[in-house]
Design a protein around this ligand. Structure first.
Ligand SMILES: Nc1nc2c(ncn2[C@@H]2O[C@H](COP(=O)(O)OP(=O)(O)O)[C@@H](O)[C@H]2O)c(=O)[nH]1
Ligand SMILES: [Mg+2]
Length: 472
């Protein structure tokens, strides 16, 4: 346990840290956060209000001025929030100074704070202190990053649930069950004559299977969780004039791309993030794929091929007025071996029999899902969203959104734990004594402990917090 983070940090942090905690740029207000044992004395040196810092009640707001004690000049008029440890985000004495947004003012206030006893906070250092001071576990701290970065409501809900400790609770329960199992096995081995209820191999086996099933359920929520967090890229491809840009605009709900009846209008790639049933999808509108002598257009065509090759999902747009042409067949080659949705567009003006014939032809050439659509009257948009979700989730759609595994590190550790339990089961089946079985269960419990931070190395912790932005 010597490399465990909680063991490696002797007591509390002695340094006081500070940073601008709001995004860079000009806003209505900007906040400087100061945390640590000297937070109040640092603020006291530069803050002039009706009260001294020591007289301000905890968790209350006071109005005043930030002045440079060197020359007495006022830097900004501010609202100051004083918060006594331990009921703060970091668990330490904390001051938040609400300044008038501009970056120049914020930088001047911060430099005053730094000149009077605080040092600049590193990325994620406030949250790291919250973890070290026991205000949250590691999985919760990681949820803070996810919450900041979430791109859709569903993604932020999953992160918020994790921040509240829902994932930690589930992991903690599984880990406790393992430790209980180990304890009972050891008790029955070490004190066989005592009056402890004898644990049988059968009971151990049942316990292992139960925990494994629970972990398996949580691991299966990962694909959906990852989708909500990271989203996917979908390339819209097709021959010129099929309606690709019209599709992007319909998805975005605005005129994002230029739509004309002149083939070859879109040349560069236009991208747009759109929320499809909670999944942030990055749509790429590309140049129509065709052979062309125009050098600019041919660069666009090449870019379209590359986009299709790199995207996780390809949407091929066909024109129901023309039917499937040689150009379309060329396009379809581009997306071979890809998750593909074929959209038969312009059905508002096309012949029904043509639409049916196209569906049949597509059906013959593989099992790609088909969406019958019109960008003029909006037909097919819901169907398209359903099919995107289906393909993106790869059949892994879970509706249980309470605990979603969003983090690859967590998934890996849960899978490690499952592998250890498999090996515990194998040891039991091969007739090894029960104390052999406990070795594997112990390893599994250790893996789970790394999710919440009970048994995790300092390097892992540093790596995690380095993903944060400064000020959080
Ligand atoms: N009638 C009809 N016209 C459409 C539809 N979708 C696109 N168009 C028209 O087809 C032309 C080409 O559209 P555009 O989106 O620029 O195609 P792109 O070249 O594939 O990007 C434009 O004149 C659009 O108004 C549709 O569903 N029905
Ligand atoms: Mg276009």
């Amino acid at each position: 346990m010597s490399d465990c983070i909680k063991g490696a940090i002797p007591g509390r942090n002695t340094e006081t840290i500070a940073a601008i905690s709001t995004p860079f740029g000009t806003g209505g207000i900007g906040i400087i956060r100061i945390s640590g044992p000297e937070a109040f004395s640092v603020a006291d040196k530069i803050f002039r209000g009706r009260k001294r810092l020591s007289e301000i009640r905890s968790h209350s707001v006071v109005h005043g001025k930030i002045t440079d004690p060197a020359d007495g000049h006022m830097v900004d008029e501010v609202l100051l929030v004083k918060m006594d440890a331990p009921n703060t985000f970091t668990g330490e004495d904390t001051v938040e100074i609400n300044c008038h947004g501009g970056i120049v003012v914020l930088s001047r206030v911060l430099s005053l704070v730094l000149r009077h006893g605080a040092r600049a906070a590193q990325a994620g250092e406030f949250t790291k202190r919250a973890f070290i001071n026991g205000r949250m576990d590691l999985a919760q701290a990681e949820a803070v990053i996810d919450l900041i970065n979430s791109k859709t409501d569903e993604g932020s809900r999953a992160a918020a649930a994790q921040l509240q400790g829902k994932l930690s609770e589930r992991i903690g329960t599984a880990r406790r069950k393992m430790i209980e199992l180990i304890a009972r096995i050891e008790a029955s081995i070490e004190y066989p004559e005592e009056d402890i209820e004898e644990i049988t191999g059968e009971m151990v086996h049942k316990g292992i299977i139960e925990i494994k099933e629970e972990l398996g359920r949580t691991a299966r929520g990962f694909e959906r969780g990852r989708l909500l967090r990271e989203g996917i890229t979908a390339a819209i491809i097709g021959k010129p004039n099929a309606g690709k840009s019209s599709l992007l605009n319909a998805l975005a709900g605005s005129s994002r791309a230029i739509v004309t009846d002149i083939p070859g209008t879109t040349r560069d790639i236009i991208e747009e993030y759109i929320n499809i049933k909670g999944i942030p999808v990055r749509f790429l509108d590309t140049a129509g794929i065709r052979s062309t002598d125009d050098p600019v257009e041919s660069i666009g065509v090449e870019k379209a091929r590359v986009a299709a090759a790199e995207a996780e999902l390809v949407i091929i747009v066909l024109d129901a007025q023309t039917g499937i042409t040689d150009e379309d067949r060329e396009v379809m080659k581009t997306s071979r071996d890809k998750k593909t949705i074929v959209m038969v567009n312009k059905t508002d003006v096309a012949d029904d029999r043509m639409v049916e014939a196209m569906q049949e032809q597509i059906g013959d050439s593989g099992n790609m899902p088909v969406v019958v659509a019109s960008m003029i009257d909006g037909t097919g948009m819901d169907d398209l969203a359903d099919k995107i979700e289906e393909l993106a989730a790869g059949g892994n759609i879970t509706t249980n959104s309470e605990v979603l595994l969003t983090n690859a590190r967590h998934r890996q550790l849960i899978e490690d734990a499952i592998i250890r339990l498999d090996s515990a089961e194998a040891a039991y089946r091969s007739g090894l004594p029960l104390d052999f079985v406990t070795i594997d269960i112990r390893d599994a419990a250790e893996a789970l402990g790394q999710i919440t931070g009970e048994s995790v190395g300092e390097d892992v912790v540093n790596e995690i917090f380095s993903q944060f932005c400064v000020g959080k």
